[in-house]
Design a protein around this ligand. Sequence first.
Ligand code: GLY
Length: 399
Amino acid sequence: MKKYSFIFLTFVLLFASCAKQSELDKAIAYSDAKIHLTMAQMESVSDSMPRNVLDLAQTTWNLRANVPQEWCGGFWDGCLWYDYALTGKEEVLNAAKETGNQMRYLATAPVFDHDLGFLVITSLLNGYRLSPDADTRAIYKEALLACADSLCTLFNPAVGTLLSWPRHVKDYGGHNTIMDNMINLELLLWAAEETGNKAYYDIAVSHADTTMAYHFREDGTSYHVAVYDPVSGKHLYNCTHQGLADSSVWARGQSWAIYGYTTMYRYTQEPRFLAFAEKVTDAYLGLLNETSEDYVPYWDFCDPRIPDAPKDASAACVVMSALLELQRYVAPDKAAEYKAAAEHMFADLTAHYESGAQCPAILLHSTGHHPAGSEIDAAIIYADYYFLEALYRFNSMKL
Ligand code: GLY
């Protein structure tokens, strides 16, 4: 009897894992078809990158100039690198390399703001990791190290963080740091590993520690902006830029915190960053459970219009990808919880957020900058990027 139960259980587990793999294969094929639609649009374009699709009838992306002021410039190249890693298609590799080469100008451009990290981590760093071609990797490495040096010029040692927006110092009355800036630290941690120069590492750790001290509430939820006195380094106040209110929880801001502290732990192995990654994740999952009927958050957890407020699929994608990494580092019960949450996110995104056949975007229903009335309930390139990264991470795991 025991023997038959064991065989039955083995079959059930095998069936469940095949079903999951077939759902994943379906999502990879669907995403690859969208990437090819966008590749067709981008064939004749060399100075711009896909940014959003605002109208469901659109069959092409709205493009934005590829300049340091456009923070989303690297995501399309990153989508190509992940699609190449998932499918091995040569035409995708060629498009990824060509698009990557269009990002190399950042190595010699003056740093505009902290988004330099977003621009090159998504494009050149992925190319450095995923390109089969040693020449490409060497060229990208040189550009990435130059960008890491530029990013370091935003560091204020009195404060202990990188300045996010040099152009807004006057508006905020001080050195401003936004939660999104946690993502850029990976460039410095990577540069430290590549060169053995600890100065990059020290800046990243200082930024993460200072942010941990001044950018969060007791319950692990985050403010969007922290402002500091640039001379004394004293923390002055917190406020929001893209959230509903200074006291609210902007969903994507919290997703940057989850992703950022998970990455900090990957590079440093410092237990305080792991514990903090868990804390901010648990805060996010708690709010998600309280406010949302599925695993995709409303754009701000505190919007009183919920359930009629817009969703933000991009935040779900950032968190899904981060959880697939975080679950590898935590205790088994937490790992099971985080992996199950990521699987629910995948199931909901693929069931209800995929776009129609003509639309070149993978996912609908993200929110960019709600207070500015921009990209509300839109398809946005970074949702697709983090979705593809999550597919890549799922695919590397045993399902
Ligand atoms: N980094 C800007 C945003 O998350 O919208």
